[in-house]
Design a protein around this ligand. Structure first.
Ligand SMILES: CC(C)(COP(=O)(O)OP(=O)(O)OC[C@H]1O[C@@H](n2cnc3c(N)ncnc32)[C@H](O)[C@@H]1OP(=O)(O)O)[C@@H](O)C(=O)NCCC(=O)NCCS
Length: 158
């Protein structure tokens, strides 16, 4: 758990890729991770070669939709860790009977967007000036989704 928090702190401190910003509130994050581990509707998968946590994916199932967040430590990127974590996450969502996966990503996060596209996620929306950063800036985010179940769509505008 402490290694996960350390990794979250490192990626948050990069200030570019994830919603969390440094310094993170370790007590709040620890509780969130613990809840995810304890709950049947949530899950966390960790990549820990040799016992060192280098990445993780968090999953939350609500109303049949699994939301995800993930990260890999800076020195471990580009080596297939993200792919393996996402495959675990998609497998978990399917096994739980979810009909869809969803996430938000900053529009400038080309690596993450490419990873999600590679696994069949499509862009479903664009939130403009939506997220207030600690420096006061307002950032856009993209909504991406992966359909896990075929079928007709209702409620769309055409
Ligand atoms: C996004 C992230 C999770 C990808 O993990 P990773 O371990 O580096 O990714 P992988 O090595 O498994 O690469 C998987 C795919 O992602 C894409 N990708 C990864 N790095 C990329 C880069 N720098 N540029 C473009 N595409 C990239 C490619 O499609 C790649 O597939 P390929 O190897 O067949 O080309 C990782 O870069 C990361 O943690 N970034 C910081 C945190 C973050 O952005 N989290 C997601 C927030 S929405």
């Amino acid at each position: 758990m402490e290694q996960m928090l350390d990794l979250l702190e490192v990626v948050a401190a990069e200030g570019l890729w994830i919603g969390s910003e440094a310094p993170i509130d370790r007590a709040v994050k620890r509780e969130g991770f613990q809840q995810a581990i304890d709950s049947d509707d949530d899950e966390v998968f960790i990549a820990a070669p040799g016992g060192v946590v280098v990445g993780f994916i968090s999953l939350w199932k609500r109303h049949g939709v699994v939301d995800l967040g993930m990260l890999v430590g800076p020195e471990w990127r580009g080596q297939g860790v993200g792919r393996r974590l996402l495959e675990e996450g998609i497998g978990w969502a399917k096994q739980r009977g979810a009909h869809k996966m969803a996430l938000q990503v900053w529009p400038h996060n080309a690596a993450a967007i490419a990873l999600y596209h590679r696994y069949g996620f499509h862009r479903e929306g664009h939130l403009r000036r939506h997220w207030r950063r600690r420096n006061g800036e307002l950032w856009d985010s993209l909504l991406m989704g992966l359909q896990l179940e075929e079928g007709d769509r209702r409620g769309h505008l055409g």
